[in-house]
Design a binder for this molecule. Structure first.
Ligand code: GLY
Ligand code: MN
Ligand code: MN
Length: 435
């Protein structure tokens, strides 16, 4: 992330905080996978959004108007021996030189330095509840200051929810962010296409997963944005199926929900295709319903509409489609009102997308659905799920799970589909798989 953009974000936050304020933003904690094996480290999104700093055991501090430094970083000290064992460190000096901090200190000194900085501020901006271990330290520092009241020391009077303002900032994606998210979406789209080309009856779900993971890495993405879902046949009806352990059968569909993470930005794409390369009649009928629901939803993704408009459009198309093939019986409006579609379409049509796959930002303001604005990013992901054991449903529809998911950015006159390189129509998919 370029330094100018990071600085712009810190300035925007500082302006909202005003003087006499201190924000404390710790990064994520290292986590143990088993015994002494650590999970791969991923910085906390809020922390990384403001700092671009990738090391564990780091804390950023913002103090708007503070003469001796408005932006401070606490981080690990350089240590030749430790760096030989566990990797390079930037160190406090590097945090200033490479990451633009006004001043930086060893993380081990934070308890000696931070309370003294907090003392001069009446408002503490902190995301309480996100990091229980660090919460405890912050509370201890507050109590330490309060206990010195008789010596004239002041503790901050107010604790303000930092996450609320920061998450609202993160909801609006800048040009740099959109171009990064487009790159991530393109990598994932290509991975889906390669998986389509590779897919054969008799392969296993994990072998297709491996193809996607290979494509993510080989194209430069550091990680997946979430656990990859590869569900053949009935497994496609389990929304968050991640076992990926079964064989893929001739005549079944396979549903793949897979997205890479690039420089801490997520992509989130789902495609569903026939394992043998040809959609059956029943699969075609259901697929076309989901596709038309997605197209109807896309049309509602435009600045000025509300968050719920794309979902409402998708639900209408899904319900209409289910009536047309006889899976729902009754009048369109009353089936929608009674949520009859939820038997086969039980999730919402999308979520905010950004540094986190289910990104931050409010969906309602007060009691009203949020108005979509230029630069907001979201997924559009209608689906239909008819498990093998569905009661009272003709056999031809059973064991079919379909989801079609794309990543989009709201614009003033339409929506910008970031993931359009992933083949999607029946014609495109069959052509890719036949080639
Ligand atoms: N992959 C999770 C989701 O689509 O929301
Ligand atoms: Mn999604
Ligand atoms: Mn998804």
């Amino acid at each position: 992330m370029n330094m100018k953009e990071l600085q712009r974000r810190r300035r925007q936050l500082a302006k909202m905080m005003g003087p006499d304020s201190i924000a404390i933003i710790p990064t994520a904690q290292m986590q143990i996978r088993n015994r002494d094996v650590e999970r791969e480290f991923r910085p906390d999104s809020d922390f990384f959004y403001l700092t671009g700093f990738h090391e564990p055991e780091s804390v950023a501090v913002l103090m708007p108007g503070h003469g001796e430094g408005e932006y401070l970083i606490f981080c690990r000290e350089r240590d030749e021996q430790m760096e030989t064992w566990t990797g390079r460190r930037v160190g406090p000096e590097g945090a200033c030189e490479q990451f633009g901090a006004d001043d930086a200190f060893p993380i081990d000194d934070i308890g000696d330095i931070l309370p003294g900085l907090m003392e001069h501020c009446s408002r503490l901006w902190y995301a309480m509840g996100c990091n229980p271990e660090f919460d405890k330290r912050v509370i201890d520092w507050m109590n330490y200051l309060r206990n010195q009241g008789r010596s004239g020391v002041h503790a901050p009077l107010e604790i303000v929810a930092l996450d609320h303002v920061l998450h609202d900032m993160r909801l609006y994606k800048s040009r740099t962010e959109v171009s990064l998210m487009r790159r991530a979406a393109n990598i994932s789209a290509k991975a889906h296409k390669v998986a389509m080309q590779t897919c054969q009856p008799g392969m296993t779900e994990y072998q297709l997963e491996a193809e996607l993971l290979y494509q993510f890495k080989v194209q430069g993405a550091q990680s997946v944005a979430y656990s990859t879902i590869v569900g053949g046949g009935d497994n496609g009806c389990i929304l968050h199926y991640t076992e990926n352990s079964d064989e893929l059968n001739d005549g079944d569909l396979v549903l793949i929900d897979a997205g890479c993470e690039l420089d801490c930005y997520a992509s989130d794409i789902t495609r569903t295709w026939p394992v043998n390369g040809r959609f059956s009649d029943a699969q075609t009928e259901l697929y076309e319903i989901v596709l038309s629901a997605q197209e109807a939803a896309f049309k509602q993704v435009v600045a000025g509409n509300t968050w719920n408009d794309p979902h409402r459009a998708a639900v209408k198309e899904i319900t209409r489609g289910l009536i047309s093939i006889g899976l729902l019986k009754g009048k369109l409006n009353s089936l929608i009102k009674d949520k009859a579609y939820q038997r086969f379409y039980m999730h919402r049509t999308g979520h905010w997308l950004g540094m986190d796959v289910h990104d931050v930002g409010d969906y309602k303001v007060g009691d009203e659905w949020r108005v979509l604005e230029n630069g907001m990013a979201l997924t559009v992901e209608p689906g239909l799920y008819i498990p093998l054991n569905a009661k009272g449903v003709a056999k031809r529809w059973r064991g079919i799970g379909i989801r079609i998911e794309d990543d989009v950015v709201v614009r003033n006159d339409d929506c910008d589909v970031l993931s359009k390189a992933a083949p999607k129509t029946i014609k495109e998919i069959e052509a890719v798989m036949a080639a």
